[in-house]
Design a protein around this ligand. Structure first.
Ligand SMILES: N[C@@H](CCC(=O)N[C@@H](CS)C(=O)NCC(=O)O)C(=O)O
Length: 228
């Protein structure tokens, strides 16, 4: 395939299960990538270099019509949207214990956080990073960025309170896929007007995530660093 600039085949413990993750350095693929590492499954990475416009090639648009990363391929099926991919992946591997049991109330909180982060927190992050996607013409982009900064602060404050009341993880005592999604947006925010790391409980969460082998592997493979 023409879009295969770089293919890393990482064969790990369970060779029979192969996932393909389309990714870009530090993109919305970070959470999925770390979870694949956490699960210890066999997967391959196909880089979609956004700076080169590879997301808009006909080959990639045929895979993901949104022209965005991440996309996961599994048994011939395509799944996009990072939160949906996380839920799907963790349902494939219930023994990993990264998703609460189906009928437990914690499962509701797990859905809640993943969808809220996806459509509220991540959306505010996107408005901060790409204000030009939201307004046209001569509109002053700082108006969009300032509003996004306020919204990010509102979101960080909610999460920081939750972590302070329940912690150490988003769902309480057990790590879940939601923590990987939170880590990803919190990592992006290190350059934003409102940074997750400036809230005490969020900072502790980030530090704990950075200790995990899976996060370290993902960051090293994507060539990322995070000096807290
Ligand atoms: N809601 C989507 C957002 C994906 C997204 O915005 N990806 C960005 C990279 S972080 C992208 O591919 N942008 C390419 C473009 O807009 O051209 C998800 O979480 O999967």
């Amino acid at each position: 395939m023409a879009i295969c600039i770089q293919v890393n085949l990482i064969l790990q413990k369970r060779r029979s299960i192969i996932y393909t993750l389309y990714w870009d350095r530090g993109g919305a693929n970070m959470a999925t990538h770390a979870v694949l590492e956490e699960l210890g499954v066999a997967y391959e990475l196909i880089e979609i270099d956004l700076a080169k416009g590879m997301q808009r090639t006909p080959e990639y648009m045929a895979i993901n019509p949104n022209g965005k990363v991440p996309t996961l391929q599994h048994r011939g099926e395509i799944i996009y949207e990072s939160a949906a991919i996380l839920m799907y992946l963790l349902d494939q591997h219930p023994d990993a214990g990264l998703a609460p049991e189906l009928q437990s109330p914690r499962r509701g909180h797990y859905y809640q956080y993943l969808t809220w982060m996806s459509n509220t927190l991540q959306e505010a992050a996107n408005r901060w990073a790409h204000p030009e996607h939201y307004v046209g013409g001569d509109t002053d982009l700082t108006l969009v960025v300032d509003k996004a900064t306020q919204e990010l602060s509102r979101c960080w404050s909610i999460i920081d309170d939750e972590l302070g009341n329940k912690g150490p993880w988003l769902l309480g005592e057990k790590l879940s896929g939601a923590d990987f999604h939170l880590f990803m947006v919190a990592y992006w925010s290190r350059r934003y007007g409102s940074r997750a790391q400036d809230w005490p409980n969020l900072r502790r969460h980030l530090q704990a995530m950075l200790q995990r082998d899976s996060i370290q592997q993902m960051m090293s493979q994507e060539g990322l660093t995070f000096d807290l």
